[in-house]
Unconditional design. Structure first.
Length: 237
């Protein structure tokens, strides 16, 4: 039985290593998502700048068309002035011309405002493009490093699994079944040590007679609280 307990104790160590590796592997998806979010944010910023610039240009072209129409309208009014005979009609036409000029002046001011906004967007665009390129480059470099680390951790996990299979083969059928059942239900922690008279998994205190049996190392013991297999560490009194 001592040999079987030694197998279980070795499995305890291997399972703890496997848990650490799983924890290491678990961080990679989150890191990838963070990198993708950063790149996506920089890309969205650039696209927003492009969209705003396009909208400003469209608005400016509409205003320029309106200005052109007002200019032509003023020319028509100006051409009508020599033909007007009555003073009140002449004054009314001058009033119309003044109104057209004012509208055109207001629109020209709006065009200048949009031109300034366009210049600002044009100035910000190279900055956003460089930020996106930097984010893409850093993401690619980090993803490459992560892929190498992930492959290394996966290789370690495969090696540990191979060693675990060797140790499992040394267990009796009954103990193997118990181990595998608890291993599946307790997130890979099927074997724990006694810690200050308690189960090292759920920390439930163990009766004195269980501790005495554990020291003798003549049978496999289970915690009544969590069901894990409890082993007295080899070499401890």
């Amino acid at each position: 039985m001592s040999a079987e307990l030694d197998h279980l104790w070795t499995l305890h160590g291997l399972d703890e290593e496997a848990l650490a590796i799983r924890a290491a592997l678990a961080r990679f998806p989150g890191q990838r998502a963070d990198l993708e979010r950063r790149v996506a944010a920089e890309r969205a910023r650039l696209e927003a700048l492009k969209h705003r610039l396009s909208e400003l240009q469209k608005e400016r072209r509409v205003l320029e068309q309106e200005i052109q129409a007002l200019t032509e309208q003023e020319r028509r009014f100006q051409s009508q002035l020599p033909l007007v005979k009555k003073n009140e009609e002449y004054q009314a036409l001058l009033h119309e011309i003044a109104g057209v000029k004012q509208k055109r002046s207001d629109l020209e001011t709006e065009v200048l405002v949009r031109l300034e906004a366009e210049e600002q967007q044009q100035a910000e665009r190279p900055v956003a493009e460089r930020a996106l390129q930097g984010a893409e480059r850093e993401a690619a470099e980090q993803l490459e490093r992560n892929a190498a680390e992930e492959a290394s951790e996966q290789a370690k996990a495969a090696a540990i699994e191979a060693r675990r299979e060797v140790q499992i083969a040394g267990l009796s059928a009954a103990v193997r079944a118990r181990y595998e059942r608890v291993h599946a239900s307790r997130d890979g922690r099927a074997v724990v040590a006694f810690l200050k008279g308690a189960c090292g998994g759920c920390f439930r205190g163990q009766p004195p007679h269980v501790l005495q049996e554990a020291r003798r190392r003549d049978r496999v013991l289970s915690c009544e609280g969590c069901g894990r297999l409890i082993v007295w560490p080899p070499g401890e009194g």
